[in-house]
Write a protein that binds this ligand. Sequence first.
Ligand SMILES: [Zn+2]
Length: 104
Amino acid sequence: MSAKISALLNQLAPHIPEEQQPLLDQLREEVTQLITSKDNVAAEQSSIPVLDKKSGCYRKANNASHYCPQCFDNNQNLVATQRINSKLRVCPQCRESIKPTAKK
Ligand SMILES: [Zn+2]
């Protein structure tokens, strides 16, 4: 929890009658959850897709999707590709066939 919110809640605590203290605890919990979920969303949005040589697709560190490189390079669209087999993926939007770029 943010230090400021925590300090405010602690300042508030002595002014609240004892029988209402559980409400304060609930508030503390709710705020903590809110902040945690907000952080997760921010982390997801800020993660930049990276071209993955194994699949030829763009990938994000925190999820399993393979995004079409054509759609992303041309329109900054993140389109999840469909896996045909281990060496071929197809984009449902632009119909691009995507193969691994890594050379052996
Ligand atoms: Zn595409």
